[in-house]
Write a protein that binds this ligand. Structure first.
Ligand code: FSO
Ligand code: SF4
Length: 548
C-alpha cells in the first residue's frame, strides 16, 4: 500500500484506493494531500485558540483553500500542494508565536500536527505517516472522516462566496473547531456524531451564504433555454463552479472574437440575468465532468477549470496543452492562472490569446435544454405548482440532486427518470442532472418534469422550496410532503449536501450508486437507524417503494 484514500464514491473496490486513485491521483499527490490536511489541523489548533481569545487577522482563507485543494478531482499537482504545505508551516508557526505572546496554551499544541517540521524534500517521507489510517479504530476513523469530508464541502462553498465578497465568521470558527476535534482521541461517539450534525448545520449556512452571494451579484436564476449547439467562432470552455471567474472571463472576452461556453457544473451560469447580456456567451458544451476526455478533444479551443472535476488527459490526448486551471484546481503541465488581487481581476489574457488561434468547436449536439428553477423562480410559479399538487396533476416530487460519475451503475438514474410516472417531477441540482436532463420527459401543465435549480450547492434552493411547500400545505414535518429523495453522490460537496439535509430533518434519503466506503458498518447502522438512509436497489423495486 503506497497511499490510502476513500473519500469519494469511486474508491477502489468500494474500500479505498491504495496504489493509485481511480480518479488518477498518484500516491505522492494523495500523500501530500494528507500532509496538507495534517498541517491544517495544526494551524487550526492555534487559530481556534486565538479566535476564542478575541484575536483577529486569522488565516480563514488559507484554511478553506487548503481544504478545497484536497477535494476529489480538484488538484493533481504535487508541486502546488508542496507549496501549500510550506506556506502552511510558516502560517502555523507564526500563529504559534502569537499564541505564546499572549500566554495561550491551546490543547494539542505539542501534538505532531502542531509541531512537525521537515524540509520540502522530505515531505513525501513525512506524508506517509499522517494519513487517515493513523486513526486505528474504524468507527472513530469513519466519524472523523465523515466530518472532514463535510468540512471540505463547506470549504468549497465558502470559498466561492468569499470570492464574491461574502463571509461568515461562524463558518470559519466551525472549521477550526472541527479540524481540532479530529485530533481529539477522547471524544465519545455521541460527541463525534454531534459534530457531524453541526457540520450539516454549517453546511446550510455555507450554501445560504453562497446563494446570497450569487443572487446578490448576478440576480436570481430565471427559466432559461440553454443552447447546446455551437457557433462559428473559436471558443473558451469554462468548467467548475466559480461564478466570479465566469464574470471576469465574460468581461475580458467581450469584443475579442472569442466565444464562451459552459461545461459540466458551470451550466447554471446560463440562468443568471447578469451573464445573459453577453452576446458571445453561446451556451453549454458537453455533459458531466467524466466525459471530458472526448469532449475537450472536439471542443478545439482552450478549457478553463475553476474547480473540480478534472480528469487526467490520456497519453494520446491532443488537448492537454490547451487546458488552464485557476483557484484551488491544478494539474501538472496545465497552465495555472494566478489569483486576483484586491483591486485587480484575474488576468485571462493568455487563454484568450490561445483561443484566437484555435478552430471553432465541433458540434456534438444541438438544440436546447431548460433550467433556472432556483427558489425565486419556483416561488414565482408557486400558485401553478400548488394547484398542480392539489388537483393531483403532480403526484410526487423526486429530489435527484448530487453528482454524476463514470460508473456503469449510474445508468440507474437515467432508467429511474425514464420510468417515473408522468405525474411526477424531478427536482435536480449538481452534475447528477446530466443523467436525464436531455431526455424528452415532457411537462405537466407547462411545468417541465425536470426542474434544474443549478449547481450542487443550489441543493439549498431545493430545500428552500421544500420549506415553502411545507408552509403552504401547513404541515408540521418536512417528511410529510410528497417529496422523495434519491440522491447520487460522488465527492465531498455531495457529503455536505447530505449532512445539510440530515440536519434539516429530511429522512429516508436513498443514496447511490453505493454507500460511502468511509462509513464503517457501525456508523452506517447509525445513519440507517436514525435517518432511514438506504442504498439504492433496483429501479423497479425503488420505484415501488417510493410510490407507495
Ligand atoms: Fe459534480 Fe465534480 Fe458539483 Fe462535484 S462536477 S462532482 S459534487 O465536483 O461539485 O456536482
Ligand atoms: Fe480514490 Fe476517490 Fe480518493 Fe481518488 S478521491 S484516490 S478515486 S477514493
Amino acid at each position: 500500500m503506497s497511499m490510502f484514500c476513500f473519500q469519494c464514491q469511486e474508491a477502489a473496490k468500494g474500500t479505498g484506493c491504495t496504489i493509485k486513485g481511480v480518479c488518477g491521483k498518484t500516491d505522492d499527490v494523495a500523500n501530500l494531500q494528507d500532509l496538507l490536511i495534517h498541517t491544517l489541523k495544526g494551524i487550526a489548533v492555534f487559530s481556534k485558540a486565538l479566535r476564542d481569545a478575541g484575536e483577529n487577522n486569522l488565516p480563514d482563507h488559507f484554511i478553506i483553500e487548503g481544504l478545497f485543494v484536497t477535494i476529489t478531482n480538484a488538484n493533481f499537482d504535487a508541486e502546488a500542494i508542496s507549496r501549500h504545505i510550506t506556506e502552511a508551516l510558516i502560517i502555523r508557526d507564526e500563529l504559534k508565536k502569537r499564541a505564546e505572546v499572549i500566554g495561550l496554551k491551546p490543547e494539542f499544541a505539542s501534538g505532531d500536527a502542531a509541531s512537525w517540521f521537515a524540509e520540502p524534500a522530505l515531505y513525501g517521507v513525512k506524508a506517509r505517516n499522517v494519513g487517515v489510517l493513523t486513526t486505528t479504530d474504524e468507527d472513530v476513523r469513519s466519524l472523523r472522516e465523515l466530518l472532514m469530508y463535510g468540512m471540505k464541502g463547506v470549504a468549497a462553498y465558502t470559498e466561492h462566496a468569499r470570492n464574491l465578497g461574502f463571509k461568515d465568521e461562524t463558518i470559519y470558527a466551525f472549521l477550526e473547531k472541527g479540524l481540532v476535534a479530529t485530533l481529539n482521541d477522547t471524544l465519545s461517539a455521541d460527541e463525534q456524531v454531534g459534530l457531524v450534525m453541526e457540520c450539516g448545520k454549517i453546511g446550510v449556512s455555507a450554501m445560504a451564504l453562497l446563494d446570497k452571494a450569487n443572487t446578490t451579484r448576478y440576480g436570481n436564476p430565471e427559466i432559461t433555454k440553454v443552447n447546446i449547439g455551437v457557433g462559428i467562432r473559436p471558443g473558451i470552455l469554462i468548467s467548475g463552479h466559480d461564478l466570479k471567474d465566469m464574470e471576469e472571463l465574460l468581461a475580458q472576452t467581450e469584443g475579442t472574437g472569442v466565444d464562451v461556453y459552459t461545461h459540466s457544473e458551470m451550466l447554471p451560469a446560463n440562468y443568471y440575468p447578469a451573464f445573459k447580456k453577453y452576446g458571445h456567451f453561446v451556451g453549454n458544451y458537453g455533459n458531466a465532468w467524466w466525459k471530458q476526455n472526448e469532449e475537450f478533444e472536439s471542443f478545439n479551443g482552450p478549457v478553463l477549470f475553476t474547480t473540480n472535476c478534472i480528469v487526467p488527459p490520456r497519453a494520446s490526448s491532443t488537448y492537454a496543452d490547451r487546458v488552464y486551471t485557476t483557484g484551488a484546481s491544478g494539474y501538472p503541465g496545465f497552465l495555472h492562472i494566478a489569483d486576483r488581487s484586491v483591486d485587480k481581476p484575474k488576468d485571462f489574457s493568455a487563454i484568450i490569446e490561445h483561443a484566437k488561434h484555435c478552430a471553432p468547436p465541433v458540434e456534438i449536439e444541438k438544440g436546447e435544454i431548460v433550467g433556472g428553477f432556483a427558489h425565486a423562480q419556483v416561488f414565482a410559479l408557486a400558485d401553478k405548482v400548488v394547484d398542480a399538487v392539489k388537483s393531483g396533476a403532480i403526484r410526487k416530487f423526486f429530489v435527484m440532486a448530487g453528482c454524476d460519475g463514470r460508473m456503469k451503475s449510474r445508468d440507474y438514474y437515467t432508467e429511474f427518470a425514464e420510468k417515473l410516472p408522468k405525474d411526477t417531477v424531478i427536482l435536480t441540482a449538481g452534475c447528477a442532472k446530466y443523467r436525464y436532463n436531455k431526455l424528452a420527459l415532457g411537462d405537466i401543465g407547462g411545468i417541465p418534469r425536470v426542474l434544474d435549480a443549478g449547481q450542487c450547492n443550489d441543493s439549498y434552493s431545493l430545500v428552500v422550496i421544500a420549506m415553502k411547500l411545507k408552509e403552504v400545505f401547513q404541515l408540521n414535518d418536512i417528511n410529510d410532503l410528497p417529496i422523495a429523495y434519491n440522491i447520487a453522490w460522488y465527492e465531498q460537496k455531495a457529503v455536505i449536501v447530505l449532512l445539510a439535509l440530515l440536519y434539516l430533518g429530511v429522512k429516508k434519503i436513498h443514496l447511490g450508486p453505493s454507500l460511502p466506503a468511509f462509513l464503517s458498518p457501525n456508523v452506517a447502522t447509525v445513519l440507517v437507524n436514525t435517518f432511514g438512509i438506504a442504498p439504492i436497489g433496483s429501479v423497479d423495486d425503488d420505484m415501488k417503494l417510493f410510490l407507495n
